[in-house]
Ligand binder design. Structure first.
Ligand SMILES: C[S@@+](CC[C@H](N)C(=O)[O-])C[C@H]1O[C@@H](n2cnc3c(N)ncnc32)[C@H](O)[C@@H]1O
Length: 261
């Protein structure tokens, strides 16, 4: 369990599907481009999840480089190992972000996307990331602030309660507001802060909000006084708004990058 979510086989499959929609593909492409990796680099992906980014990073660093990944979920690791099975220079381990199984200064870059928001001891997690990086190595992080969500509804009270309940799936649903000082405190010089907006003008299967709304509707039942019927009605409203041409969803992801001093 992590922040209220059980990253088992079901949620691994759900994430794999949701993270391959065109909007999330765009987010991943931007994150990868900003990293500026070169063939031969040694990279660590903390919280690899279904391994979509890990696979792209392994391709970029090539056989002269190294891609390592950790995750605390066996289900996620199996999926990632299968996805990256053709790469001899990729290895994956069951480990916690706060206890990385690598020697000091063993990577040129460390990345972590949508993971640190689940971690309670961020000082320790960032100290570990700094420890395994070479001096001059880079860390690049992407996390969501759920206060940035804009979602069409005719029942703002219900939407507020559903979003409050959904915040419970993370340790910190507003981590980006704290990340700059946390990184500086861990010995990094922050050189980049960038926002990546997801925008869905339609409620369709191939967009992030379609998949994540199903996960939210399941998670919030029994929290903030939300019944199964109310959770279902919350999601059904999006279908109605879509039919009326009145659907809209937007959410910001924040990228922070720093250099280990
Ligand atoms: C929302 S998924 C993101 C996966 C992947 N980074 C991506 O962006 O596609 C969060 C992942 O972080 C992992 N995770 C959460 N807390 C962790 C921790 N303390 N240590 C290692 N992995 C963790 C979960 O098991 C899950 O695979």
């Amino acid at each position: 369990m992590s922040g209220g979510i059980n990253f088992d086989e079901n949620s691994a499959r759900m994430l794999e599907k949701t993270y391959q929609t065109p909007d999330v593909l765009g987010q991943r492409a931007r994150f990868h481009a900003l990293l500026g990796l070169r063939p031969g680099d040694r990279v660590l992906d903390i919280g690899v999840g279904p391994g979509l980014l890990a696979r792209e990073l392994a391709e970029t660093v090539g056989a002269d480089g190294k891609l390592s990944g950790v995750d605390q979920s066996d289900a996620m690791l199996s999926m990632t190992r299968e996805r990256c099975s053709e790469f001899d220079h990729a290895d994956f381990s069951l480990a916690d972000a706060c206890e990385l199984p690598y020697p000091d200064a063993s990577f040129d870059a460390v990345v972590s996307t949508q993971v640190y928001e689940y971690v309670s001891d961020m000082e320790r997690a960032l100290a570990e990331a700094a420890r395994v990086l070479e001096p001059g190595g880079r860390i690049q992080i992407l996390d969501t602030d759920w206060d940035s969500v804009v979602w069409s509804t005719r029942d703002p009270g219900r939407m507020r309660r559903v979003m409050d309940a959904w915040d419970e799936h993370l340790h910190d649903a507003h981590l980006p507001t704290r990340l700059g000082p946390l990184l500086e405190g861990a010995g990094f010089r922050v050189y980049l802060r960038e926002v990546v907006p997801l925008v869905n003008p339609r409620f369709q299967k191939n967009c992030y909000s379609y998949g994540i709304s199903a996960a939210i509707a399941g998670f919030v039942i029994g929290r903030q006084g939300i019944s199964e019927e109310e959770a279902r009605a919350w999601r059904e409203e999006f279908k109605l708004l879509e039919r009326e041409g009145a659907y809209f969803f937007s959410l910001n992801r924040y990228i922070f990058a720093g250099i280990k001093l």
